[in-house]
Every structure is written in C-alpha cells, then in structure tokens.
Ligand binder design. Structure first.
Ligand code: PAF
Length: 284
C-alpha cells in the first residue's frame, strides 16, 4: 500500500469516539472539521484485525476518521446470511475507541433506505463476473451504499481491504466513472497465523470446518508458486482445492484487479469463503 509521505495529523480532534445514528447529525459534526483531511472506513461491523488495520491506516493519514458500521441489506441476496451476519456494536465501539476513531456512523436501515428508495448505482461488466455470477445483485448493493456513504461523509480518502479484491475494483471503477473526488486506499489482506484471511464470516466455521478452510490460502499459495515457475495458477489451485473433500470449489480465476490477482471462492458447510493473492507484479 502506498502511504502518504510527510503528512502529520494534528492533535485537534474529538477526545472520544462518538456514535452517530443519522446522516444530518454526522454532516453537522463533520462540517466544522472539513478544513482537515477526512478518512472513511466503511464496514459492516464485527471488527477483526483486518478492520483495525484499515482504521489504523485511516488514523495515520487523516485528521478526522469516520468508520461506518452498517450491515447493508441490499448487498445480500435471497437465502444469504443477512439474518445471521455477526454483530456486536458494543465491542466494535470499544475497539474503535482504542484506535482513536472520531465517529462511528451506525445508522438504521430506514435511515439509509427510507421508504420509496429506488435509485441504484449499477456497475456493469466488472460486477457480473466471478462473485457477480453467484451473487448477481451484490455489487449493485455495495456500490450504492458506498456512493451514499461517500456523499454523506465527503471523505478525502476511503479505505478498503484487498481481501475483497473484486469489490475494491468495482468501487475504484465506480468512483472513476462517476467523477467522485476521493482517493480509494487499498490495504492488503490480514491473515491469521495459520494463513486464513480474516473475515467476519470465519466466525461461522466449526473447528473442523476451519481446518478444511485452510486449504484455500494454501491452494492459492501453490497457484502463485506455479505461476512463478511458468505453470498454470488456476489449474494448480483448482487441483489443490479438489483434493479436499470437505469443500466445494465455486471459482478459481486470475483477474486484473489493480494488477494480476489469483482469486478463489469455496463453500465449507454453510459458509462461503473468498480469498485472493497478488501474482507477480500484482501487489498494489
Ligand atoms: O466490505 C464490506 O464490509 C462491505 O461490502 C462494505 C464495503 C462496508 C459495504 O457495505
């Protein structure tokens, strides 16, 4: 990740994290702070070290940091895990406080999608491949909520994890296509010591399923190694995944998302997991 050089955040910021529920209140709180750099970290909560890494990057580079905490219903398809998506606002608030975040924006679904809401941001080609084949309305929901957040917060920069590489590419494209004036800051995936990419959905895995899930980062690493040796990263990854009977492979692909990346999605029990790694020359 490229970090800004020579930027010194000032000490003039609220002394404690403030939880904000409405757009109007957030705008009113941010208005007097607009002279300084504002960083936004959009999240769906259930913080893990990956989120904290985003918050820290925003904190380093901004005078005011807003973290949104909103489980966005429009990016979940029918039969997906909206109802059981992990949530623990009190814990998230404590973690945000410990990271020195200024505002935690935690609106209701009605606040973000009032009665009569009918306008969508609909990315095309990029949102129809890979994840989009399995989740056809997912990126429309993601792009719409992100543009709404960008319009409410009007940040100088917004921070996103590279674990969701396609999401990041969709957001970058949307920002470019709609001429929005903010910087999108990618932050590389954070992994547990066993290699599993951190995700709020890891909480769904039983200990036995978690062992199976570790096949995903290992298979991707083998794929990347094959690519370095002139082999086929997709075939290598797929074959490593297929050796584990406890999972179903949904896709394996190479895509140019800010550079070449090897991506895969699997299903372990009821849990879908995605992961990706940069191929040579693909690190952002
Ligand atoms: O990556 C996520 O957590 C979500 O897709 C996002 C970007 C916060 C939009 O709801």
């Amino acid at each position: 990740m490229e970090l800004e050089q020579g930027y010194e955040p000032s000490d003039e910021k609220p002394s404690d994290v403030k939880i904000v529920r409405t757009k109007d209140e957030l705008r009113a709180l941010l208005d007097p702070l607009r002279g300084g750099r504002i960083g936004l970290v959009p999240t769906m909560g259930a913080f893990h070290e990956g989120h904290l890494t985003l918050l820290r990057a925003a904190r380093r580079e901004s005078e005011t940091v807003v973290c949104s905490l909103f489980v966005n219903p429009t990016q979940f398809g029918q039969g997906e895990d909206l109802e059981r998506y992990p949530s623990n606002e009190a814990r998230d608030l404590e973690l945000a406080r410990a990271e020195g975040i200024d505002f935690l924006f935690a609106p209701s679904a009605e606040e973000m999608y009032p009665h009569g809401f009918e306008t969508w941001v609909e990315p095309e080609r990029l949102s129809l491949e890979l994840e989009g084949v399995l989740r056809p309305t997912h990126f429309r929901g993601v792009a719409t909520i992100c543009i709404k957040l960008f319009n409410i917060v009007r940040p100088d920069a917004a921070y996103f994890g590279a674990k969701d590489a396609q999401q990041l590419a969709v957001i970058e494209r949307t920002v470019r296509d709609l001429d929005l004036e903010l910087e999108i800051r990618p932050v590389e995936t954070v992994r547990d010591s066993d290699g599993l990419a951190l995700s709020s959905r890891n909480a769904y895995l039983s200990p036995a399923e978690r062992k199976v899930a570790l096949t995903l980062p290992r298979a991707l690493a083998l794929g990347a190694e094959a690519a370095r040796d002139g082999g086929d990263p997709v075939a290598t990854t797929r074959s490593a995944l297929e050796q584990e009977p406890g999972l179903k492979t949904q896709y394996v692909a190479v895509a140019d998302y800010g550079g070449p990346r090897l991506l895969a999605a699997i299903q372990v029990g009821k849990t879908r997991l995605i992961d990706n790694i940069p191929l040579k020359g693909g690190a952002r």
